[in-house]
Structure formats: C-alpha cells, structure tokens
Design a protein around this ligand. Structure first.
Ligand code: F6R
Length: 237
C-alpha cells in the first residue's frame, strides 16, 4: 500500500489527478471506477484542465460509478449522474454512452444491480477505482455491517451517512436508499486510489491500521495488493 500525505486539498487533488491521468495515458481505453462527493471534485477539475491543455484524451475511456441515490433522476442536481456530468463528463471528450452510473430510478432494482455487476465484467473489469471514505468508514454506500457485502445492491443509508450528506439537501428530500457497487467489483479493480481530507484522518487511520472488519468497511482495502492512499493532514497515519 502506498500512503501519501499532502498538506492541502489542492495537493491531494493534483496527485490523484496525476495517478488517474497516468492510467489514461498508459491505457487510453481503460475502465475508470469513479466516485462522487466533495473529495474528488478537485481531482476532476485538474483532469479537465489536462484535457483542455491537450495532455489527456478521454475518447476511448469507459467509466463506472460507485453508486447512485434511489429516486433521483439525472436532471436532479443531487443525483450522482448529474454530479458526474456537471463536474467532469460535460467538460471532457468522453462519450456519455461509455459512462455508467447505476440507475436510481430502476423499479426492478435487483435486475439493475445484477446487470451492473455483469456490465463491469463485460467491460473487462475496472483498471483504476477512485474512492472517497465516509466518516463511518463506508466506501461507495457499503455501510458498516456484520459482514462484507459482495454484490451491487440496494441499501438503506445509515443515520450517520444521512446526517453527513444532508448538507446537500438544505430543503429536505434526502433519499433514504441508494444503489451501490459491492466489494466484489470494487476489489476486483486492478488498482485502487483512496483520497481523504483532514476531517477523515481518524477513520482512515482505523481503516488502514486497525483490524479488517466489516464494521469499518474500508478496512477491506488492506487485503488488496495495489492501493494508493492520498490524504491531507499534518500528521502521519
Ligand atoms: C460517493 C461515495 C461515498 C463518498 C464518501 C465521502 O460516490 O461513494 O462513499 O466517497 O461518502 O464523501 P465526501 O467526499 O463528500 O466526504
């Protein structure tokens, strides 16, 4: 595991964008696993800049996102599809048909989730998976549990996650459920990149240095053989 400490969000974002950009340069038709939330916005901005500067070409890249809220369509600014279009896809030369986000409107969510795992396999697996981490150690919306959930599935959000994400829903309407990639697809990624801001220091430390337990879902990353962690803090993990 490579663990990189940075002083600022900007530095963390630049390093993350460098790792993702490097993947695209090495394999122009790579499959990127992507995340939403506050943590990756800076990295997406830097990747857009590299595209504008003519350094990166996304025309052959395929992407799969980790998760989506149930009940929000792609025109809803709080949906993760909207987030990805707005923060990244609309600003680079990627064909949206090659970008996949679970369909939060699916009524037959079981089929939607099964098909999402099949899709990832059909794409040849994920080359590089970008992850953020929740205060409770979740990755994607894999919340603390008594076992590691393997499949993509519909989950009820925990109180802690709803509290953390309610900042995006000042007028209410925070969804109670989401579709999330499970650990099988996440861990089958050839490389994993976890990014975390200073507010996540304690949980990152617990996940990387504590026991591997489904009560801290991100701790499972200790079992993957190609993980890079880029975090912002003034002390070492
Ligand atoms: C989002 C996702 C979540 C976030 C996590 C951290 O697609 O999968 O696990 O990465 O909740 O969110 P931020 O970056 O907003 O602190």
């Amino acid at each position: 595991m490579r663990i990189i400490k940075t002083k600022t969000y900007e530095e963390m974002s630049a390093i993350a964008a460098g790792i993702i950009g490097g993947q695209v340069l090495l394999k122009p038709n790579c499959v990127l696993g992507l995340a939403t939330g506050s943590s990756p916005i800076g990295a997406y901005k830097d990747l857009v800049k590299s595209y504008e500067d003519g350094i990166l070409d996304f025309s052959e890249v395929r992407t799969v996102n980790l998760d989506e809220y149930c009940g929000l369509d792609d025109t809803n600014p709080n949906s993760y599809r909207y987030f990805m279009n707005h923060n990244f896809f609309d600003h680079i030369n990627i064909d949206k048909y090659r970008t996949y986000v679970p369909n939060g409107l699916a009524t037959d969510w079981k089929t939607e989730c099964d098909n999402y795992d099949k899709l990832i396999r059909a794409l040849g697996g994920i080359d590089l998976q970008l992850l953020g981490i929740g205060f409770n150690g979740h990755i994607g919306f894999n919340e603390p549990s008594d076992h590691f959930e393997l499949e993509t599935r519909r989950v009820a959000l925990t109180e802690s996650t709803m509290k953390a994400n309610s900042r995006f829903f000042p007028n209410g309407g925070m969804p109670t459920h989401a579709l999330t990639m499970g650990f099988k697809s996440i861990l089958s990624a050839k490389k994993i990149l976890l990014i975390a801001g200073p507010e996540k220091f304690d949980i990152v430390q617990k996940a990387l240095k504590g026991p591997v337990t489904p009560e801290v879902p991100a701790s499972i990353l200790q079992l993957h053989d190609n993980v890079s962690v880029v975090y912002t803090a003034d002390r070492d993990i």
